[in-house]
Design a protein around this ligand. Structure first.
Ligand code: NDP
Length: 290
């Protein structure tokens, strides 16, 4: 059976670092800077995620605010809320929760987020900086940063090694592929048009799966000894499962391989990373005020 690459205890350490940084910022500011999450959906999973995220932010000592616009919000309302929060001198970080109401352009509303407050790395300014390799780590997409943090925590070598990413979304797959490449891995990206998924994934020593398809990657898709990071989240009864069929993949990877669990893997690390990004944004806010 493969090694279980759990987020704990590393996620706890990231959260503790976030609390330290936040405490310094609060001491200088004399009050807790805020992190605001703009929500324009009534999807229960999304609302639950936002509540958990705000709990994690508040655990650092920062203030967390949910700005609920409702599922009927228009593009201009969402844009205006994001612009107002971006201009607010006590707001350190601004997050836009997905999904957006139908007809609302993500690209248009995201442009209202100030790049320095974009703690989930979704603005085009921060995406371009990553593409150029000149990025601020605290402004990376949190899930991509969480994947890299897990790989670092388990000391998985990347330089010169074949890696693959399944998925090329702007918030997960693409930034993960870019970060792996920056670390010196030889990266292939698979997507929905890839004719033979196994051909790409079996060649990888390090495989990150972010396809949004439950159980897509099975034992026959991986090579023994590889490290597999499962980003997928799918509700399943009282729990969640990933994009990886864990039983068959663990068996195929063998003792020298590793698999991140769902739950308890990337998702848990992502919350801790977002709290860290929030704390770093608070420090930045306080510095710019000084
Ligand atoms: P998207 O739907 O935006 O992107 C999915 C990507 O996977 C696309 O690039 C798509 O290809 C590709 N894909 C879809 N089907 C296949 C297939 N059969 N074979 C190969 N590639 C395929 O999803 P996200 O990137 O937003 O999310 C991916 C997963 O990660 C989801 O399960 C989501 O819930 C989870 N997630 C987890 C987070 C965490 O913190 N743990 C945070 C965010 C997401 P194409 O581009 O061709 O359409």
């Amino acid at each position: 059976m493969a090694r279980r690459l759990a987020a704990q205890p590393f996620a706890r350490r990231v959260a503790a670092r976030a609390a330290e940084i936040a405490a310094r910022a609060i001491a200088v500011a004399g009050r807790a800077p805020e992190v605001a999450v703009v929500v324009a959906t009534s999807q229960p999973d999304a609302l639950l995620y936002v509540d958990r995220l705000l709990t994690q932010v508040r655990a650092t000592g920062l203030a967390g605010r949910r700005v609920d616009l409702g599922p009927g919000a228009t593009e201009s309302q969402i844009f205006a809320a994001l612009a107002e929060l971006s201009a607010d001198s006590n707001v350190a970080g601004v997050i836009l929760q997905l999904p957006l109401p139908s007809g609302v352009s993500r690209e248009i509303v995201v442009a209202a987020i100030a790049p320095t407050k974009d703690i989930d790395g979704i603005t085009s300014v921060n995406a371009e900086r990553l593409a150029e390799g000149m990025y601020d780590p605290s402004l990376l997409p949190a899930t991509a940063a969480a994947v890299m943090e897990l790989l670092r925590a388990y000391e998985i070598p990347l330089r010169g090694r074949p890696a693959a990413v399944v998925g090329r979304s702007a918030i997960v797959g693409r930034p993960v592929a870019q970060l792996l490449e920056i670390e010196g891995a030889l990266v292939q990206v698979a997507h929905s048009k890839t004719p033979d998924l196994g051909l790409v994934t079996r060649a990888a020593d390090v495989l990150v799966v972010a396809a949004g398809v439950r159980g897509l990657v099975r034992g026959e898709h991986v090579s023994p000894g590889a490290v597999v990071i499962d980003v997928g989240i799918h509700p399943s009864g009282d729990t969640i499962v990933g994009d990886v069929d864990a039983p068959s993949v663990e068996a195929r990877l063998g003792e020298t391989g590793g698999l991140s669990p769902v739950p308890g893997g990337v998702g848990q690390m992502t919350s801790a990373i977002l709290a860290l990004h929030a704390a770093e944004a608070a420090e930045r806010l306080v510095r710019t005020r000084a």
